[in-house]
Design a protein around this ligand. Structure first.
Ligand SMILES: Cc1cc2nc3c(=O)[nH]c(=O)nc-3n(C[C@H](O)[C@H](O)[C@H](O)COP(=O)(O)OP(=O)(O)OC[C@H]3O[C@@H](n4cnc5c(N)ncnc54)[C@H](O)[C@@H]3O)c2cc1C
Length: 239
């Protein structure tokens, strides 16, 4: 088991970050454990070759022995929802039944777009991160910010008047940023990356997948690099 002190961090374009806190196994673990079939031992070179062969043959079960625990900070709730659709993983998520959505906010800057984007996702089209023409862009951004502010004011009012946080949260914006632990083995990660680096996935989800992919390339470059190459996913990381 490798514990990363401090955790390795990659920022997500558009807001938030992913950290890799712990890793079970190393780059050659799938090859080493696969040798149980023959009760054999291999040299490092032989294991590198075997690792690629396992991916070529789609013999994926040895990759279940390579496990990663990520800490994902500040993704919109609806991206968290999409993430939770991946059942072969172990999530543990912040509760908005028990925490106030402004917990951790030091200074409220109600007119500041960056402040709001830290609390609630502002679509990348409005931040110059994604090219897409939107009419009346400036006016609409102001309207979004007013809408967010009104939502938070109503939430606070409901809570002050005695409504439970778990009920008051119904007025919060869907893009409220959340935080979770995400533990997943490499086999499931490969499936996740195939689906979520893909151009059909939502922009925000792809940016999360890219940040996770950059972390994996730092710690298991042979396994993950070969997987990306074999599936023509490498160039999608650069987009
Ligand atoms: C572009 C895109 C659009 C999407 N749109 C929608 C949508 O509109 N609505 C929606 O509900 N979801 C949608 N999804 C989510 C999608 O349907 C999957 O639930 C999600 O991507 C998780 O994939 P998965 O099931 O392969 O992963 P996991 O849940 O991690 O499962 C991994 C693998 O385990 C196996 N497996 C897991 N559970 C079962 C089971 N019960 N039975 C048999 N085999 C199983 C499968 O082989 C599966 O591929 C979308 C996903 C993408 C990428």
């Amino acid at each position: 088991m490798t514990v990363f002190h401090p955790p390795l961090r990659e920022y997500i374009k558009g807001g938030g970050y992913v950290e890799l806190e712990e890793m079970l196994g190393d780059d050659l673990t799938p090859a080493r454990v696969a040798r149980i079939s023959y009760l054999s031992e291999g040299t490092e070179e032989a294991n590198k070759k075997l690792l690629k062969k396992l991916i070529d043959l789609e013999h994926f079960s040895p990759f279940e022995q390579q496990v990663f625990r990520f800490f994902i900070k500040g993704i919109p709730m609806y991206i968290g929802e999409q993430l939770l659709r991946h059942r072969i993983a172990s999530p543990l998520k912040r509760s908005f039944r028990y925490t106030h959505p402004e917990k951790g906010v030091k200074e409220k800057k109600w007119n500041d777009v960056d402040f709001w984007n830290g609390l609630v996702h502002v679509p990348p089209e409005f931040l110059g991160l994604r090219k897409h023409h939107i009419e009346d862009e400036r006016d609409l951004l102001d309207e979004i910010i007013r809408h967010y502010q009104a939502s938070f004011e109503l939430y606070n009012k409901l809570v002050e008047k005695g409504l439970r946080k778990e009920a008051a949260r119904c007025v919060l914006p869907a893009g409220l940023r959340t935080t979770l632990y995400w533990t997943q083995n490499m086999r499931s990660i490969m499936n996740f990356m195939t689906l979520r680096l893909n151009k059909h996935a939502q922009w925000e989800m792809r940016e999360l997948a890219k940040a996770m992919a950059r972390l994996l390339l730092r710690v298991v470059p042979i396994t993950f690099g070969y997987f990306l190459k074999k599936n023509n996913l490498e160039e999608l990381l650069e987009e």
